[in-house]
Design a protein around this ligand. Structure first.
Ligand code: KIV
Length: 279
């Protein structure tokens, strides 16, 4: 069976690390883009709480609710047939009682259709990770710049810059692996620290702003495709400028409507009724 024809599993990512193959991951928030990323053969997608910024227009991930992540996860899992779908656990939805945390993660798996959840933190959440994994919920960790800790960190800045902080991060990464996490995101840390973590762990590391030595990379799709052209982090490479294309297309459409070039009578007569989205 061709690789793109079957669903990527947690174990596939681990085997990729063992074979030295890099993992390509992107964030996604809707069914249409999930289908397109499947066509591109992206290995895994994250329904990130970055949706608070790029979809909901907030200036941080903190206002994102579990219901919002669930809603977008349901859309993504309707579209993605190939990629492993990971759903982010929003701010303060996993630091609760064990029962509440399991209930929240369970909703993303049972109702959302995600194959795994992601949560932020190291040793502080290792017991949470272990409980979820024991209950059958695969967990992706997230270390380095933790956007849900933006107030505590006093902004979005590179982490683990001192030897002490780097040592702490390596301990956190080991604790996550020990607790059963299947992978860990490393965000905004020096490349050499990411290299050490990647070497020390058996599970794959997924970098964002963490240099080239991780086992895989993730970007916020709206940044990578140039849909979000406001406050893009400096480490992002823009693979397209969809914002510009959309603005130009919308201008052309508006001009056509205003001067009567769209719709044309002959096409209208031939087209079947519907809303234009294939329904
Ligand atoms: O929410 C998100 O998009 C993320 C990625 C930046 C890793 O956590």
């Amino acid at each position: 069976m061709a690789e793109s024809a079957r669903r990527v599993r947690v174990r596939d990512l681990q085997e990729k690390k063992q074979r030295g193959e890099r993992i390509a991951m992107l964030t996604v928030y809707d069914a249409t883009m999930a289908r397109l990323l499947d066509r591109a053969g992206i290995d895994a997608v994250l329904v990130g709480d970055s949706l608070g910024m790029v979809i909901e227009g907030h200036d941080s991930t903190l206002p994102v609710t579990l219901d919002a992540i669930l809603h977008h996860t349901q859309a993504v899992t309707r579209g993605a047939r190939h990629a492993l779908v990971v759903a982010d656990m929003p701010f303060l939805t996993y630091q609760l009682t064990a029962t509440e945390t399991l209930h929240n993660a369970g909703r993303l798996i049972q109702q959302g259709g995600a194959a795994a959840v992601k949560l932020e933190g190291g040793r502080a959440v290792a017991d949470v990770v272990a409980r979820l994994v024991d209950a059958g919920v695969p967990v992706m960790g997230h270390l380095g710049l933790l956007p849900q800790h933006v107030h505590q960190l006093s902004g979005y800045r590179m982490q683990a810059k001192t030897e002490f902080e780097a040592g702490q991060l390596i301990e956190d990464a080991k604790a996550l692996e020990e607790a059963g996490a299947f992978s860990v995101v490393l965000e905004s840390i020096p490349a050499e620290v990411a290299k050490t973590v990647t070497r020390e762990l058996q599970i794959p590391t997924i970098g964002i702003g963490a240099g080239p030595f991780c086992d895989g990379q993730i970007l916020v799709s709206y940044d990578a495709f140039g849909l979000n052209d406001e406050s893009v982090p400096p480490f992002v490479r823009q693979y397209a400028n969809l914002a510009e294309l959309m603005v130009e297309a919308a201008k052309e459409y508006a001009q056509d409507v205003r001067c009567g070039r769209f719709p044309l009578l002959d096409r209208h007569a031939r087209s079947s009724p519907g809303n234009g989205s294939g329904k």
